[in-house]
Design a protein around this ligand. Structure first.
Ligand code: B3K
Ligand code: ZN
Length: 896
């Protein structure tokens, strides 16, 4: 397939004003009658009407009630003899499709006997012929007809205006959406479902009905999703003045879904993973994810639906902004400054372990890409998470109030329109005319056009005689595919200075008459900038990029002593955590590179590499009564193998794994009594609540138990594995139960096998829990190459199915994308397995296959023999003549 270029954008030659769809739903053959009112766009040169369609059987085309000539060109239905002039006319198209055969889960499909749709990005064309592009916005009327016994619930976007019985046991429902929308926001659902309902009243006094639809047995697991939805509605109104604009807002859960959820107007469709939760079946992380995904989809109602994207290159217009909004929502709900910092650290961890590698690999692309072959490949961490960081920087540059004003102006200007990232940035800047953003807007927008992660190098120079401290900050950005040189970015750097003993120093810069606050934001715009601080009594410790104020890599040569000062004293919680991560990362990198540290023949790295200072600093954090448990858990967790690998030019995944495991074991042994205390002090009292404080306590006690089981493996202790097994058996909630199970599995305890068997027996009727059971085993630490055979075994398990995306992800992705120590085998068997699965999945579901294909993105960094093995496996996939566009694009770019 040819690449599509952003620069080639042209407005549509035709507008579709109204769409009246009638569905006769049948799994084998669904009939779709599509009556549209169209007119020529007078601003565009006359041309034939080209409607997109895929895997449709065309039965009839009529114009103004009569026959018409048409032809097919590839997947397009082309009509040349349409009425002249700009008067609207009627076009009627009758097609059929086969939802039961739809394994791609795009368009109309059947999941467990219920009909669902997924139209973003280009799934509507699999339902009917249409102008399947987001800048064509129409008013929809939808009539659903189906067997009443099999499909008692019939849902579509908007308001239910009519319903009733038909002959032969069938019934119908008619829905009218009061808002114009692009077709990617169309949805229908039909099946046996039940709903939790909640009436709410908005600030302005209007009543709304909220509904969460699930399969009958799941109603008891919908309370948290409903609470999250109510919080979302209230938050958007309170923080941005954006009310719910529908009488009825529905969420429907399905267990067969390609991603997390979808923001269809008034009818969000969700993966069950992001709806269903009970304390017995869902972890604290699941509860947190449900809150943020429910929020995310709800917030799209304004950022995405009321104002949508002009074309798919603008995807981050809605996704980056909506991720920023859901991150702020979760922080606001978390409440305390410490809980906010924990959420920020978690978000940055995702950015740095997933987006930074993407930005440095073959799929690197700007937040607003210039071209793509398959748009589904561009629902990426760059569009979403880096896009959110770009919005966050705007927020930093104009301030919280200024940003709210900017949002207001954005909706005043663009409500009901399909617009661009430029339009958004312009609105935020125009609402804040004296801000740095307004002053620097063209340069700021390089964040949209230039790919790659900028690096900021910082060096400090203290002049004792002048009592001044000079900080030199130099930015650079490596080439990315198609972009060999980069212009400087606008980089907000929030910073402060600490005395050697950790006191916050008031900041006074050269030329200023008095000292100001102890933290401020400096905006970098030049390749190199120098900042001079005066009235500084002794060499300070700089704390830079506080709260991760820009998505960059900060290179700075801290001494260990400086990092220990920051870890113990920085006023910024993010940088306290960051200092601990830098210390651990430095130790890991040195140990990996040091040939004096050999690994044994069986791959064990048996050396003490953590220094006493680091161990004692970790002990102080663990013992510090002023710190929250959630924060301690983050500080005591070593940087991931993926993050360590990103810091290296040549990657030996086995050595990284072995070194990190050794560091963990050392930390487990050296802090044994403190882990015991952390375990004891953070036991649950009272009922389960997934709030930040109690979930933080569970996270820390879970880590402690894990560390105690790791220590036990070395000391031969049987008490802690026994306690873990006991906890596993009696735990009152899934978080504690799963943490205990993880500790047994990850420490290689003999009790792991009986615990896994028991866990399966307990939860055999809970698919989302069985996903965890699969994922834990496929993600287990490798012992002598045992994980790959175990994964092959898991694929033979009666509960395994490649067709269910959650299940495929729980086994195959957990192994290929989340278990580097087991996946990167010297004999390349992991890579061969990967290539087989990519090919196999591609025939079923190209979107899921293309995600899996990304697992080897960073193959060029691998040392031999991994590098050659990986290249061969990718080439093996690429050699297939019958690949989808999705997988073809990924492997072609990987080999380029
Ligand atoms: N907008 C959808 C993602 C659709 C992905 C299509 N391949 C979910 C979201 O971001 O909210
Ligand atoms: Zn989204």
């Amino acid at each position: 397939a040819p690449a599509i270029h952003r620069a080639d954008y042209q407005a549509p030659a035709w507008w579709i004003d109204t769409v009246d769809l009638t569905f006769d739903l049948d799994p084998a053959k669904t009939r779709v009658l599509n009556k549209m009112r169209l007119r020529r766009n007078p601003d565009v040169a006359a041309q034939p009407l080209r409607l997109d369609g895929e895997e449709l059987n065309l039965a009839r085309v009529m114009v103004n009630g009569g026959g018409t000539s048409f032809k097919m060109e590839g997947n397009q239905l082309v009509l040349e003899n349409l009425p002249e002039g700009t008067e609207p006319f009627d076009l009627e198209i009758f097609t059929t499709c086969a939802p039961a055969k739809n394994t791609q889960l795009m368009g109309l499909y059947v999941s467990q006997g219920t009909f669902f749709t997924q139209c973003e990005a280009e799934g509507f064309r699999r339902i009917t012929y249409f102008l399947d592009r987001p800048d064509v916005m129409a008013s929809y009327t939808v009539t659903l007809r189906a067997d009443k016994a099999l499909y008692p619930v019939l849902l579509s976007n908007g308001n239910l205006v009519d319903s009733g019985a038909m002959e032969d046991g069938r019934h119908f429902a008619k829905w009218v959406d009061p808002h114009k929308k692009p077709c990617y926001l169309f949805a229908l659902v039909a099946g046996k479902l039940v709903a939790r309902e909640q009436k709410i009243r908005s600030r302005s006094g209007t009543e709304h009905l909220l509904q969460v639809y699930v399969r009958p047995g799941d109603l008891g697991k919908t309370e948290h999703a409903m609470n999250s939805l109510m919080h979302s509605v209230a938050w958007d109104e309170a923080r941005f003045g954006l009310p719910l604009d529908l009488e009825r807002f529905m969420i429907v859960a399905t267990s067969d879904f390609n991603m997390g959820a979808m923001e269809n107007k008034g009818l969000n469709i969700f993966n069950t993973k992001y709806v269903l939760a009970s304390e017995a079946t869902a972890t604290d992380t699941d509860f947190g994810n449900i809150e943020s995904v429910v929020g995310h989809e709800y917030f799209h109602n304004w950022t995405g639906n009321r104002v949508t994207c002009r074309d798919w290159f603008q995807l981050s217009l809605k996704e980056g902004l909506t991720v920023f909004r859901d991150q702020e929502f979760s922080q606001d709900l978390a409440g305390s400054p410490s809980a906010r910092a924990v959420k920020r650290i978690e978000d940055v961890r995702v950015l740095r372990t997933a987006q930074f590698p993407e930005d440095a690999g073959p799929m690197a692309h700007p937040v607003r890409p210039d071209s793509y072959i398959e748009i589904n490949n561009f629902y990426t961490v760059t569009i979403y998470e880096k896009g959110a960081e770009v919005v966050r920087m705007m927020h930093t540059l104009v301030g919280r109030e200024g940003f709210a004003k900017g949002m207001k102006l954005y909706f005043e200007r663009h409500d009901g329109q399909a617009v661009t990232c430029d339009d958004f940035a312009q609105a935020i800047a125009d609402a804040n005319p004296t801000s740095d953003l307004a002053r620097l807007l063209p340069q700021f927008k390089r964040w949209y056009s230039q790919a790659g992660t900028p690096r900021v190098q910082a060096t400090g120079q203290y002049d004792a005689a002048a009592r001044s401290y000079t900080l030199t900050l130099t930015q650079s950005c490596a080439p990315t595919p198609g972009q060999s040189t980069k212009e400087p970015f606008v980089i907000p750097v929030e910073l402060g200075l600490l005395s050697a003993s950790g006191a916050a120093l008031p900041l006074q810069m050269a030329g200023e008459s008095a000292a100001g606050a102890a933290s401020r934001t400096v905006v970098l715009t030049e390749p190199t900038q120098t900042l001079t601080f005066v009235q500084v009594d002794a060499e300070p410790v700089p704390s830079l990029l506080r709260n991760f104020s820009a998505p960059v890599v900060l290179d700075i040569d801290y001494t260990d002593a400086q990092l220990l000062t920051l870890l113990a004293h920085d006023a910024d919680a993010f940088n306290r955590w960051e200092a601990g991560q830098r210390l651990a990362l430095r130790t890991a990198i040195n140990a990996i590179a040091d040939s004096a540290y050999a690994t044994s023949a069986s791959g064990i790295f048996d050396h003490q590499v953590l220094g006493a200072d680091f161990v004692e600093a970790m002990r102080s954090v663990l013992r510090n009564p002023a710190l929250d448990a959630a924060f301690k858990e983050l500080v005591l967790t070593l940087p991931s193998e993926t993050y360590i690998a990103e810091q290296l030019d040549v990657v030996d995944p086995q050595r990284i794994h072995a070194v990190r495991e050794a560091m963990r074991e050392q930390l487990a042994l050296a802090l044994q009594t403190d882990w015991e205390r952390a375990w004891e002090q953070n036991q649950d009292t009272g009922g389960y609540r997934p709030d930040p404080v109690s979930s933080g306590r569970r996270a820390l006690s879970g880590l402690a138990l894990h560390m105690l089981c790791i220590a036990a493996r070395r000391t031969g202790d049987v008490v802690w594995p026994g306690k873990a097994y006991q906890r596993f058996k009696v735990a009152a909630n899934m978080t504690d139960r799963f943490n205990a199970l993880t500790a047994l599995v990850a420490s290689g305890s003999e009790l792991a096998a009986p615990a896994l068997a028991r866990f399966h027996a307990l939860f055999k009727d809970e698919p989302l829990v069985i996903d965890k059971w699969f994922a834990l085993q496929a993600g287990a630490p490798d012992r002598g190459g045992n994980v790959l055979p175990a994964v092959r075994q898991l694929m033979q398990h009666p509960d395994f199915s490649l067709k269910n995306p959650n299940r495929a992800r729980s086994v195959i992705f957990s192994y290929c994308s989340a278990n580097p120590g087991a996946f990167h085998r010297a004999d390349a068997a992991g890579y061969v397995f990967w290539s087989d699965r990519v090919i196999e999945l591609d025939a079923i579901n190209p979107q899921v296959a293309a995600r899996l294909a990304r697992a080897l993105d960073r193959w060029k960094k691998l040392a031999e023999p991994w590098r050659s093995g990986a290249r061969e496996a990718i080439a093996r996939v690429a050699a297939r003549p019958d690949l989808s566009n999705d997988v073809r694009e990924v492997v072609t770019r990987a080999l380029a």
